[in-house]
Design a protein around this ligand. Structure first.
Ligand code: NAP
Length: 253
């Protein structure tokens, strides 16, 4: 018996693949043999460099997850470029401070709406589109990148935490609704990971953050991405609807 993650012949669509956790997911899926169609929002330089480095099993495309009207074309572009779609990784998200004691009601309202537009509606819309394709083509996997914040609540990012709780619940609904069509769904919930998204909070008080992490350090993208590669593979075939916490023990449920 050999035990290895082999994604040869698998086409994956990964949002937010230009940097951070998404970039590492793209690299790990590709290294396991998958063909990867990944997106960026503004950093075309990073995305093009990554696609060029990986070669002909990787392509990047621009996507604003909040622009729902553009998402059908994105899924179509992946399917027509690589003749399939087996795995969707909803990774793109935003994380902006929006405290309860902020001075502006407008800023509060705008923050919640923008966060949900990208983190929830973008992911749900892409899931719907991918499911429609997967149903007609033998099934697939929908992997949603959630967060520890989904379970713990956030002090200054309540909108972000709520958006990630919604993603966890979306995952459960897909898992229960779509398994009969061969579609499985999982969420991955990282704690603090060294990326641009976390950089501001880490700069403000790294010792406090690390003090809450039993393993004693902030995680790396390459400690999240292999979990996604595993979930995309046949090795995870009896998991469905589960959320995998990847947080160094900083929040144990
Ligand atoms: P990041 O470093 O900020 O990277 C975000 C990625 O999403 C980039 O590729 C960015 O594209 C893309 N993106 C941003 N806004 C977008 C939009 N409106 N539409 C489409 N794509 C957009 O984030 P990260 O830390 O790697 O986070 C990845 C995932 O892990 C997110 O779902 C995040 O919530 C989750 N997470 C992260 C942490 C952490 O500590 N880092 C903890 C828990 C959960 P450009 O490069 O073009 O801007």
């Amino acid at each position: 018996m050999t035990l290895a993650i082999d994604l040869t012949g698998t086409v994956a669509l990964v949002t937010g693949g230009s940097r951070g956790i998404g970039e590492s997911i793209v690299r790990h899926l590709h290294a396991a043999g998958a063909t990867v169609f990944f997106t960026y929002q503004s950093r075309s330089d990073l995305a093009e460099r990554l696609a060029a480095e990986l070669g002909d099993r990787a392509v990047s495309a621009r996507c604003d997850a909040a622009d729902s009207a553009s998402l059908p074309d994105l899924v179509d572009a992946c399917v027509s470029k690589f003749r399939g779609l087996h795995v969707l990784v909803n990774n793109a998200a935003i994380f902006a401070t929006n405290p309860f004691d902020g001075g502006s009601f407008d800023a509060w309202r705008v923050g919640w709406r923008r966060t949900f537009d990208v983190n929830v509606f973008g992911a749900a819309d892409l899931a719907w589109l991918a499911i429609r394709y997967m149903r007609a083509h033998g099934g697939g996997r929908i992997i949603n990148i959630a967060s520890r914040a989904a379970h713990r609540g956030e002090l200054e990012h309540a909108d972000y935490g709520a958006s990630k709780a919604a993603i966890v619940n979306l995952t459960k609904s897909i898992a229960r609704s779509c398994a009969a069509d061969g579609i499985l769904s999982f969420a991955v919930a990282p704690g603090f990971i060294e990326t641009e998204m976390a950089a501001h909070d880490l700069e403000l008080d790294r010792p406090k953050i690390v003090g809450e992490i039993p393993v004693g350090y902030v995680g790396r993208p390459d400690q999240v991405a292999p979990i996604v590669a595993f979930l995309a593979s046949p090795l995870g075939s009896y998991l469905n609807g589960a959320t995998i916490d990847v947080n160094g023990g900083s929040y144990v449920r």
